[in-house]
Design a protein around this ligand. Structure first.
Ligand SMILES: NC(=O)c1ccc[n+]([C@@H]2O[C@H](COP(=O)([O-])OP(=O)(O)OC[C@H]3O[C@@H](n4cnc5c(N)ncnc54)[C@H](OP(=O)(O)O)[C@@H]3O)[C@@H](O)[C@H]2O)c1
Length: 350
């Protein structure tokens, strides 16, 4: 892969005031990439607002059709599908490489859908738009990919427990306001969800499709197949919103084509890039949302045999949906394009 070197690099961040956008800034500060200049964009309502980033004051600019008349090398987009649909092609046409967090481009032909630890080879061919997968798909694929390489997965069943931050600032507010209203016995208006999320689990993430699956469930199914390059893999999913502020948890049940030993699976995951095994039933150790928030890795525990089928395996996978599920993965794509390096840090939980 050709790396951009010996050149001053300028980046646009679109959606810089959002949950993912704010996390872009934190992760970029941590990664310390060879980037020379940034410009931050959001909607008109935040134009002029000052944000502290890299110990400097940055002014938020309103995103307009003229924004990409200025030359950028890369743009990190996290402002929703409508903005990505309209503005990513404008940026791409001006030779700016867009790394997009929305779902709009993910399943389009010839758009790479990339997790650098899983399918970096797909970055070889792009037309200036690269998609970041769905948050719940990223953390699952990081763990499934090495297992699939060695044992060939026959079937996957996803059951997710997804945090409210996955629904953006308004989702976060619905849980916060629900808690306040319970404590203070006051009324509040829901901003995002159809039902109160406080003290509740909602088995609907995004709209329903004709097949009675939700779009989130279908994204997990379709995106996993695209990332693993397995269009015929048997996958089913149930995705549930739970009253957790941040970090998605997933129960993943898989059927493998060949026999395996549990210790071999643990050793394999232990050396897989960006994956941390946190699994010790004798000490009640397993990954939990509260511990994984703020971390860049994918954590896996409760690794155990499913005795109900031949070669069955159960996993519990937790990751920060705003970080690895969005900002970290996008910045890792950027880092790979700039430096050719794949992130393989292992932050232990405790
Ligand atoms: N949250 C997650 O876990 C997650 C994970 C993966 C992918 N994503 C995707 O990332 C995107 C952003 O998610 P989020 O959670 O960060 O949402 P969010 O907190 O609601 O933030 C939305 C961002 O988009 C900006 N925006 C809205 N309308 C705009 C416009 N007309 N022009 C320019 N900017 C505009 C907002 O700017 P203002 O503040 O000025 O309105 C804000 O910066 C979505 O496509 C989402 O599906 C989210």
């Amino acid at each position: 892969m050709n790396k951009i070197i010996n050149k001053s690099i300028k980046i646009a961040i679109v959606g810089a005031t959002g949950l993912v956008g704010q996390s872009f800034l934190k992760v970029l500060e941590e990664f310390d990439l060879p980037i020379d200049e940034y410009k931050l964009f959001a909607s008109k309502k935040n134009a002029g607002k000052i944000i502290k980033f890299l110990n400097k004051d940055y002014q938020i600019n309103e995103l307009t059709e003229k924004s990409f008349d200025e030359k950028f090398d890369f743009a990190l987009f996290s402002a929703g599908s409508n903005i990505s649909e309209k503005f990513a092609p404008i940026a791409a046409s001006k030779n700016c490489i867009v790394i997009d967090n929305s779902s709009f481009w993910r399943m389009k032909k010839n758009i790479p859908l990339v997790i650098p630890q899983v399918n970096p080879q797909d970055l070889e061919n792009h037309s200036n738009i690269i998609s970041n997968p769905n948050c719940s798909t990223i953390q699952a694929a990081c763990v499934l990919h090495p297992i699939h390489q060695k044992y060939k997965i026959k079937r996957i069943i996803f059951s997710t427990y997804q945090a409210v931050s996955g629904a953006g600032k308004s989702g976060y507010n619905d849980l916060k306001n629900g808690i306040n209203s319970y404590v203070n016995n006051t009324e509040y208006k829901l901003e995002k969800f159809l039902y109160p999320i406080f003290n509740n689990c909602i088995p609907q993430i995004d709209d329903f499709l004709e097949n009675n699956y939700t779009k989130e469930e279908q994204k997990m199914i379709d995106e996993t197949k695209k990332i693993l390059h397995e269009p015929n893999l048997a996958i089913s999913a149930t995705t549930v919103r739970v009253p957790v502020f941040n970090s998605h948890s997933e129960s993943i049940n898989i059927e493998l084509s060949t026999e395996f030993k549990i210790n071999d699976i643990k050793s394999l995951l232990d050396i897989s890039p960006g994956v941390v095994v946190h699994d010790d039933p004798s000490k009640n150790k397993y990954p939990m949302a509260v511990d994984c928030s703020g971390k860049n890795e994918v954590f896996v525990g409760r690794i155990r045999r499913d005795f109900s089928i031949k070669n069955g395996l159960n996993l519990w996978v937790v990751s920060d949906n705003i970080r690895k599920g969005a900002a970290t993965n996008a910045v890792e794509i950027l880092a790979y394009l700039l430096t050719g390096n794949i992130y393989n840090k292992k932050t232990l939980l405790f």
